[in-house]
Structure formats: C-alpha cells, structure tokens
Ligand binder design. Structure first.
Ligand code: 0RA
Length: 648
C-alpha cells in the first residue's frame, strides 16, 4: 500500500491527547499476563515485540513512518525505533500533570486505537499495546523526538514511572520519532531469551505488507550473528509471493497482482502458481494475519474459480459440456496473498483470526472478477497453463476418489483393516492409546519389547516414506507406508478426516537424533500436516527422540537428551568427572535401556522420553498450526540443516 492511500484511509483528525481513552490500571496485566499476551512462554514473550513494532507499523500505515529499527540488545533488552511523528507528549486532559506518552504507557487500554480519532486503519487485535509491555518489563525506556527536542521517560518494575517525561536535549535536525527499549520481566516469563528467527520472519512479513517500509534488524547479543538484516520491498505482496514460491518451481515467471481501493476500504492481491499440489493462500486484514480466513478469502476463492472457468470456456480450453473445474482444482499449486485494509475490522473465530466483515467478500470478489479476468486476457499463455494444471488436478481428483473408495471397501472387508506390520495395543480406548512410529524393524523390535502392550502400539515404517509434497493424491494413496499409516490411525484423510474416529490419542514419531531421523520426521510431519491437519492442530501428534547420552550419578543413571542437556547437566554437577555414555540409535538400543529412559518408571513402561519431549512436540504442533507452509520450511531449516527435504 502506498503512502497516498494510507494518508486517505487514515485521516488523522486533529488528534490530541484527549483522544486517548482510558480504561484501567496495570495490576491486572501482571496478575494474569496470559489474558493479555496469550501465554508466558515464548509466544507471549515475542508478543511484547509485536506490540511495540505494531505501533511503528501503524504509524507507517498512517503514512508518517518510513523506517523501523529493531535491535536485540546485548543485555537482553529489545529496542524499537521508528521515524514517525513521535508519541504525543502534551498533557493529558484527564490526567492532569501527566503527559499523553506517560498515560499511554501506564494506563491499560490507553492508546489512539481505542479512541474515536487517531488511526482509522489499525488492527484492533493487537491493540492491548504499550502499557502491557511496560507492565511485563523490569525496565522500559521511552524516547520521543518531537518539536525539535528529545524527550525521555523511564519506567521500572512493571511500569512504575521513574520521574516525569523530561527534555534531555535537542532532537537531531528535523527528526521526529519514537524509541522504545524494554527488558522483559524474568519473574513473569518462563524464559526471556528472544529468538532472532521468530522476530525476523515476522518483520519480513510486515515489510512485504507495507511496500517500501524499511525494517532493519540487528542482534547485538553476545554469540549471535551481528550482521544487520534489512527488509524493504518495492514490490510489496508480489515480492511476498515470489518469496514463498522461491523454493518451489513456479508454473510461469509472472506474478499476477491487482488492487482496488475505495473510500474506506481497499484490497491488494498477488498470486502465482507453482508446479506443486497444495494451495497456500495467506490473507491479512490491516496487516494482521487472518489464519482462519474469513470474508476476504471467501470472496477471493469464489471469484477465482469463476474467473478461471470463464476464461477456459471462452478460449475453448475445455470440452463442450465437460464438468467445470472445482475450486480445489484451480487452487492446486496456488500461492496467493490477499491483503485488505478497512476501518472497522471484525475479527471472529476461535482465535479471533477470521475476518467477519461481509463487505470484504464483495470487494475482493469484485476486484478479482474484474482485474484477474483482465490479467488472463493480457497473459493468455499463462492462463492456458493454469487451466491445464486445473484439468490435471481434476483428473487426479477423480482417480483419487476411486482409490479412496477402494481402500474404504478393502478395510471393511478385512475386518479391522489394520496393516500387517502394526504391533497394536489391546486397549480400545483411544484416549489412553499411543502409537509409536519407528524407523525400521530393529527399532520396532526394541520398542515392542519395552512397551506397555495394553496402551502402546508400534508401527515400523520402512526407510523414507513418500514425500507427499511431491506427489498427487492418487499416487500417494498407492504408497504402502502411507496406506499403513492411514489404516492404523483409522480416521481417513484430507477432507474426509474424522477426528472422532482416531484409534490413538497420541501419535509419536520416534526417530533418531541424526540426519536420517530428522528427514523421516519431517516427511511424516509433512504428511500429517497436509493430510490430517485437524489431528496436528488438536495436539495429537508428538515428536520424540531417544536420548543421546547417559551419565552415572551415584548408583543411578541419568539420561540426557542432547548436547545442550549434557551442558546443563555439567553446570548442575560441576564435580562430575566420569565419561558420558553415548547411546546408539533406537535400532541398536537395548530394550532395557529404552525402558530406563522412562520419566516415571513406576507408572509407565516404554519410551516416556516422549514426555520430556512433549514440550518440544507441543512446540512443533503449535508451530505447524501457525502458518503452515512458511513455518514448515523453517522447521526443516532448523532441525535438519543438512537436507532440504521438500526440495529433493
Ligand atoms: C497518536 C498520535 C500521534 C502519534 C502517535 C500516536 C504515535 C504513537 C506511536 C507509538 C510508537 N510510535 C509512535 N508514533 C506515533 C501523532 C499526533 C500528532 O502529531 O498530531
């Protein structure tokens, strides 16, 4: 979105300190941080960063800010500088003797976003704002350049002002802007270490969505990469689409992009197909990711199907009287960004990430019907490629339906319809049942000996399973390993997946800590994510690893998951002078060793390593839920540096 349109949509109507509405004090935030930032884990910690960066991005959306600098400071703080107008510093009419800036940072729900004036276009979802960050920090330093002066104010211990806002000198010539540095409170958060990659990924998306906004990131913490990263995209969301398709093979070079902008609402769309088989539509409302979709996405899908079918007919690319392409057919391999801006977004759905404004459906549909049709007329060769891909998808869909019907009938005839190599458990109560997926027969051998046969089942899979990212459904369904997985879990797949039919409450991918294990884990996660998404989202899919080391402490044996666990152990046991026993992979592990890796040996019999791993697994589940394609790629990079699985 360019500065002109921002100026118009975000009419700054003589904004004064009185526009800042006031709700309540800060204590509730420290009492129940989860209510304000979701959690006190890593997600909540990073929420603090988003809150502060959002304010700068709002200022950019309003057309006043062109650059934001985010720095992770050597002492654990985070600093965000923008070159916007600077937070207002005049006295707040309802709070005599307090500057508006102080009120914004010390009063809950204070901020332009909640008043009538100020920003017309802003998220609302992230609006809990600056005071929440202050409440959850041991220290916050605010500096405002405005009216030729530099102002400073400091807060300590969860938002207590240290003195008043004061002028500390002149602002650099002509400069306005805001700098906020904060130090998250270690007594609130489980951990206070920011993760650079989490931050840069989000900053990059902000930069894509705000064409030409320059966002810089620097990590000054010891031991981290000090190289600054710069995100600035002249192409906006078209660059975003290119970026998303960069690791894939694009169906053609061009990115289709169009926008329509009216008085108080606007839409921008960019799209390109790749030769893969999945759709990847990312939608946003006022810069906020609408993971659950909503009216803008509905309008886009609906119009896309219709536009492509019309184009196919008008160019005689489909046979007379043949079935039209379905939405699914035309979206195969589609990467698209749909970004809308509107004055009063209604966020609905479970996670408040679904756009409810019906006006957005017609706006996006209208824009797509008109502008995408034009684009196809101007790019008929690309249009024909899209239609051909849709027809291929249609054929595969029909073949897959036959294959599925066959599998369904087969499992009905086979009685239970369970795969031959499954070592099932005896309980039929899915809640207490766990399925361990292990690599190869020898690993299965150890696992079967160590398990509790009542509740723990083991399914060996052979070598690398099919990469479902690279195969169409019909081929996938013919794959023996995939068939075994589907049958064992017993709840179908893709649209037909029925969470109520699952045979296990937990599916645990148990793979070694080496590169092969990492590869297999990723292939399996890719399969679950693509074909049994609700299963992953409901938190049933876990990842476990047998420990890499054991150590002897007195007469007992301690298992250590990996090198960092070993390092932590050495900190806790500074006098430890024996060797560590390096365990082999699952396949070579003795079943008694496997049994000993139980967290609570009295209660459970097998592989309760998984319980230590559960946090890791939960993490992965929530990561996978967030933003599938992008995050999966990130998962792959962080966990298997040596292999680019999905691109093999
Ligand atoms: C309300 C009004 C004005 C600026 C801002 C808010 C503002 C807030 C933040 C928070 C971080 N950076 C920010 N930059 C600007 C402008 C009032 C005026 O100049 O008329």
């Amino acid at each position: 979105m360019n500065a002109e349109t921002k100026d118009r949509t975000a009419t700054v109507s003589q904004y004064t300190a009185s526009d800042i509405t006031v709700l309540e004090g800060l204590e509730p935030v420290r009492k129940r941080p989860g209510m304000y930032i979701g959690s006190t884990g890593p997600s909540g910690l990073h929420h603090l960063v988003w809150e502060i960066v959002d304010n700068g991005v709002d200022e950019a959306m309003a057309g006043y800010c062109t650059r934001i600098d985010v720095t992770l400071l050597a002492d654990g703080g985070c600093r965000v500088i923008d070159n916007g107008r600077g937070i207002p510093i005049d006295e707040h009419p309802q709070y005599k003797g307090k500057s508006a800036a102080e009120v914004v940072y010390t009063v809950l729900h204070a901020g332009g976003k909640f008043g009538g004036g100020g920003y017309k276009v802003s998220g609302g979802l992230h609006g809990v704002g600056a005071s929440v960050v202050n409440a959850l920090s041991t220290r916050l330093l605010l500096e405002v350049d405005r009216g030729g002066k530099r102002h400073r104010m400091e807060f300590r211990d969860g938002g207590q002002p240290v003195g008043k806002l004061e002028v500390v000198g002149d602002a650099p010539r002509g400069r306005t802007g805001t700098s906020v540095s904060f130090w998250p409170d270690g007594s609130i958060f489980e951990e206070t270490d920011f993760r650079a990659q989490t931050i840069t990924e989000r900053l990059q998306v902000y930069a894509f969505l705000n064409r030409n906004l320059e966002i810089r990131f620097k990590d000054e913490r010891p031991g981290h990469d000090p190289e600054p990263q710069v995100f600035k995209y002249a192409g906006g969301i078209a660059d975003y689409v290119r970026h998303l398709n960069a690791t894939k093979e694009a169906l053609f070079k061009r990115v289709a992009a169009y926008s329509v902008s009216e008085d108080t609402q606007e839409v921008e769309v960019a799209l390109q197909w790749n030769t893969g088989y999945y759709e990847s539509i990312h939608s946003f409302a006022n810069g906020i990711a609408t993971i659950e979709g909503g009216m803008h996405e509905d309008g886009f899908r609906q119009a896309l199907t219709s536009v492509i079918n019309k184009f196919a007919k008008s160019r005689n690319l489909v046979k007379e009287g043949a079935d039209g392409l379905t939405g699914e057919d035309v979206r195969e391999g589609l990467t698209a960004i749909v970004s809308v801006r509107l004055t009063e977004p209604q966020f609905e759905g479970q996670t408040k990430a679904k756009l409810g404004n019906t006006a957005m459906r017609s706006l996006v549909a209208r824009a797509t019907n008109e502008k995408l049709a034009e684009w196809l007329e101007e790019n008929p060769k690309e249009g024909a490629q899209v239609v051909k891909k849709g027809l291929d998808a249609q054929r595969a869909r029909l073949a897959a339906k036959q294959a599925k019907d066959l599998t369904r009938r087969k499992s009905a005839l086979d009685g239970a319809g369970l795969p031959g190599k499954l070592y099932d458990c005896s309980s039929r109560n899915a809640h207490e049942c766990e399925l361990f997926i292990v690599e190869g027969n020898s690993a299965a051998g150890s696992a079967v000996k160590a398990r509790d046969p009542r509740t723990q089942a083991v399914l060996p899979i052979r070598g690398k399973i099919l990469n479902v990212e690279k195969a169409r459904v019909d081929k996938m369904l013919k794959n023996a390993e995939i068939q075994a997985l589907i049958m064992a879990i017993g709840a179908g797949l893709s649209e037909d997946f029925d969470l109520t039919k699952i045979r296990y409450g937990k599916v645990i991918i148990l793979a070694d800590a080496d590169v092969d294990g990492s590869h297999i884990r990723t292939l399996l996660l890719t399969f679950f994510l693509r074909q049994m998404k609700p299963f992953v989202e409901a938190g049933h899919v876990y990842v476990a690893q047998p420990p890499l080391y054991s150590a002897e402490v007195g007469t007992s044996k301690v298992y250590l998951k990996d090198d960092s666990a070993r390092a932590r152990f050495l900190v806790e046991h500074p006098n430890y002078n024996k060797d560590f026993n390096r365990l082999k992979g699952l396949g070579e592990m003795d079943w008694s060793e496997l049994k000993e890796t139980t967290i609570d040996p009295d209660k459970r019999s097998l592989l309760q390593v998984t319980m230590e791993e559960a946090s890791v697994a939960d993490n992965i589940c929530s990561i996978l839920m967030g933003d599938d394609v992008e995050v999966r790629r990130h998962f792959i990079q962080t966990n298997a540096k040596d292999v680019r699985f999905l691109d093999i």
